[in-house]
Design a protein around this ligand. Structure first.
Ligand code: TYC
Length: 103
């Protein structure tokens, strides 16, 4: 909003001037010890996957080493990474979760 010397105001649409927020991929990494069922559960609870999507994504991580679970603005991505780490730690699983900027 701008106010000139006569007191007239000019309102510009902010959406025309704001860049979209930088986005981050949240990535799950494979390991040899975390139970498959635990990973499926995490994908359902933290990443809002259906049981079928969660199973498929878990298997993709298992066979390919890693997979993108979702793409979010920075703070949301960081919160999901932290929740996954806490869930894994609470059950003593070595499950690893990281975030990377979308290329
Ligand atoms: N590789 C694990 C097993 O065989 C399963 C697993 C899947 C672990 C995905 C981590 O992010 C992961 N029990």
């Amino acid at each position: 909003i701008e106010i000139d010397k006569q007191g007239a105001t000019t309102v510009e649409r902010q959406s025309a001037r704001l860049a979209p927020p930088p986005m981050y991929q949240v990535i799950l990494l494979n390991d040899d010890y975390t139970p498959m069922e635990f990973v499926v559960n995490v994908l359902e609870r933290v990443f809002a996957k259906t049981p079928e999507q969660a199973e498929q994504l878990m298997l993709k991580v298992h066979y390919e080493g890693r997979a993108v679970c979702g793409v979010y603005p920075r703070d949301i991505a960081a919160t999901k990474v932290e929740i996954v780490r806490q869930l894994a730690q609470s059950r003593q699983h070595p499950l690893q979760c990281v975030m990377e900027p979308v290329p």
